[in-house]
Design a protein around this ligand. Structure first.
Ligand code: PLP
Length: 433
């Protein structure tokens, strides 16, 4: 007799490609089907409750069904969910975000991180009149053709480290998109500048995630960032940050930890308070490319659901409650988790390590923390072990992101961290050769 999940998946296979709506949640023998979430716990349709360290891919900062958000959004739903009009909620939320981040003069809301990065790259092109963008090798920035270049499961396609290849992710990516993406190695200032210098007059912007997940979840170095910033000043280009994930790491996002200010920043995930959202924000002079009151609008830009009042209300409520005290508490909880996991690794004596910053961390089955995408690469053998570890965690009441990464929510305490560490320790024992 099939259980509910098996029945649902059999039906899903008939109407959804591969039975899923997003490939990242695909899992053998079937995806997990959520029934309900509350705080940091999720119950699946089989009635099993687990601690949620995935938080919908880092997008829930207060966990599930956070009472203040439920209340505020419910009130808005009774008034209507979207209009062909502006609402007070977007003005209020724009003010909160611009007050919060020194590099934000103006902000434009969109509906996802992908859309935010796409609009940011297009704004950079419109402002500079240049076509190329530079990005870090292996860094994930969503599903826009240009932003998704240079992530591959096959190291033989990487190319020379002095000139990483612009490899497409999707079959059919236009050649022009590949030609217009300049790939630079992470935290390798000399090589990165050499590569950029070969495209001196053509680069609209350098796109950087300050803590790129697929590059190993290690922070950008000050030296690297300062050099990129200077290069953009010297070459009439822009420095733009993807803070879709990292915005959760500090009051003003991860950029607060550095001396340089970006020209533009893309956001998503937590700024939606659990609803689909994104935004690009930055210097007034650059944001002007979107301004409909300008004589010539350089980047005409709209979105049917952009800044809808449900999302604006949810995001505003979520961020209001994510104040300095909440951030410090959450980040200390993550530090505690990293310390305890590091101790568990040493106790078991397995070649593993943990990286991360703010309220996110990633467990690698490698003895040393990776320093770039090539070192962070997970080969078939490691991938099989990680799947085994994730299955073990899941069977022991823990949901993680499929790279063996965790993101915390303010609903968590040391109790949930201790459960994670205990389950990981058992998992490491199980994997030990
Ligand atoms: N940029 C980064 C750094 C991300 O992690 C993601 C999503 O995981 C995106 C952009 C794309 O965001 P979305 O999935 O909301 O389109």
């Amino acid at each position: 007799m099939m259980n509910k999940s098996e029945q649902l998946f059999a039906q899903a296979l008939k109407v959804l490609p591969g039975g899923v709506s997003r490939n990242t949640i695909f899992r053998k023998p079937h995806p997990f089907y959520a029934e309900q979430g509350e705080g940091c716990y999720v119950t699946d349709i089989e009635g099993v409750t687990r601690i949620d360290f995935a938080n919908n891919m880092a997008s829930l900062i207060h966990g599930h069904a956070y009472p203040a958000i439920v209340e505020a959004v419910s009130a808005q739903l009774h008034k209507g969910s979207c209009f062909t009009m502006a609402t007070e909620s977007e003005v209020q939320y724009a003010q909160l975000l611009c007050d919060r981040v020194p590099s934000f003069d103006k902000i434009r809301f969109v509906n996802s991180g992908t859309e935010a990065v796409m609009a940011m790259l297009k704004a950079s092109r419109a402002y500079t009149g240049k076509a190329k963008i530079a990005k870090v090798e292996g860094a994930y920035h969503g599903a826009y053709d240009y932003a998704e270049v240079s992530q591959t499961a096959n190291p033989s396609n990487w190319g020379d480290v002095d000139k990483p290849t612009s490899i497409p992710v999707a079959v059919g990516t236009p050649e022009k998109a590949l030609e217009d993406v300049v790939v630079i190695p992470f935290n390798d200032t000399e090589r990165a500048i050499n590569i950029l210098n070969q495209h001196k007059d053509d680069i609209a912007c350098i796109l950087v995630d300050l803590l790129p997940h697929r590059v190993g979840l290690i922070p950008a170095s000050n030296d690297f960032l300062n050099a990129l910033h200077q290069w953009t000043r010297d070459n009439q280009s822009l420095l733009v940050f993807d803070e879709v994930i990292t915005f959760r790491t500090n009051y003003s996002g991860a950029q607060q930890n550095y001396d340089v200010e970006p020209d533009l920043t893309a956001m998503g995930k937590i700024i939606g308070g659990g609803f689909p959202a994104g935004a690009l924000a930055g210097r007034d002079e650059v944001m002007k490319v979107l301004d409909p009151t300008e004589a010539k609008v350089l980047l005409p830009h709209s979105g049917t659901f952009s800044a809808n009042p449900v999302t604006m209300t949810a995001g505003y409520t979520a961020l209001k409650m994510f104040d300095q005290a909440a951030i410090e508490k959450l980040n200390s909880l993550a530090d505690y988790a990293k310390e305890e996991i590091t101790k568990a690794i040493a106790d078991v004596g397995i070649g593993a390590c943990v990286t991360g910053a703010g309220s996110m961390f990633r467990v690698h089955l490698k003895p040393e923390p990776p320093r770039n995408y090539r070192e962070a690469y997970v080969d078939k053998k490691e991938s099989a072990l990680i799947t085994k570890l994730l299955d073990h965690l899941f069977d022991n009441g823990i949901i993680m992101i499929n790279t063996c990464s965790a993101t915390l929510s303010t609903a968590m305490t040391t109790k949930e961290i201790d459960c994670l560490v205990a389950a990981l320790k058992d998992g490491f024992e199980m994997l030990k050769p």
